[in-house]
Design a protein around this ligand. Structure first.
Ligand code: SAM
Length: 182
């Protein structure tokens, strides 16, 4: 199981409101839709129509598309679509697996979205960020996200970084941000 899924599974409860900032092939959206249950809601963003279609199909095949709103837009416009407290955000960065490797998340828009997410997050809520330094453009994005996470106020945000230690240094890794309770 992906480390992000471990954290999300232990944190989320039925009825929660959550956001998938990069729905891609829909795997994270599907997990979120299952975890929040029929009374919960998921908002899922992607800039590629292909990703929105794939996610839609996956959800329909699983019979849980009713609780998910798919938004074909960049996550940097998060606050235009979300104006209520959110229990968890998922940022699975990089390119669409199986799609074009030239369409990738970018530092400027990712940081803008992460910053908006910290404002929208409920106290105790989490942001799960998976970073891929191994692809072209991924290293600079990972550095930018690391720097941003390190600069958040520890009174407001608890920022953690998790690496798998028995794989090469350019392997994906994970940053978990949790909003302080008060
Ligand atoms: C690694 S994939 C996501 C994987 C996905 N969560 C899954 O479970 O299959 C990264 C996705 O980010 C999308 N993306 C790139 N820039 C974006 C942006 N500014 N806003 C939203 N999505 C973006 C890409 O189109 C791609 O589908």
């Amino acid at each position: 199981m992906a480390i992000s899924h471990v954290w999300l599974s232990s944190h989320l409860r039925s009825g929660d409101h959550v956001v998938d900032a990069t729905c891609g092939n829909g795997n994270d959206t599907l997990l979120l839709a299952g975890l929040v249950g029929k009374n919960g809601r998921v908002w899922a963003f992607d800039i590629q129509e292909e990703a929105i279609r794939k996610t839609e199909l996956l959800l329909e095949n699983s019979g849980i598309s009713d609780r998910v709103r798919l938004i074909n837009s960049g996550h940097e416009k998060l606050s235009e679509h979300i104006s209520f407290p959110v229990s968890a955000f998922v940022f699975n960065l990089g390119y669409l697996p199986g799609g074009s490797r030239n369409i990738i998340t970018k530092p400027e828009t990712t940081l803008s979205a992460l910053s908006q997410a910290t404002e929208l997050l409920l106290p105790g809520g989490i942001i799960a960020v998976t970073l891929y330094p191994g692809h072209s453009g991924g290293d600079s994005e990972a550095s930018a996200v690391n720097e941003w996470a390190s600069s958040t106020s520890p009174q407001n945000i608890h920022a953690w970084r998790m690496h798998q230690t028995n794989v090469p240094g350019y392997a994906p890794y994970f940053i978990l941000l949790q909003k302080a309770l008060s």
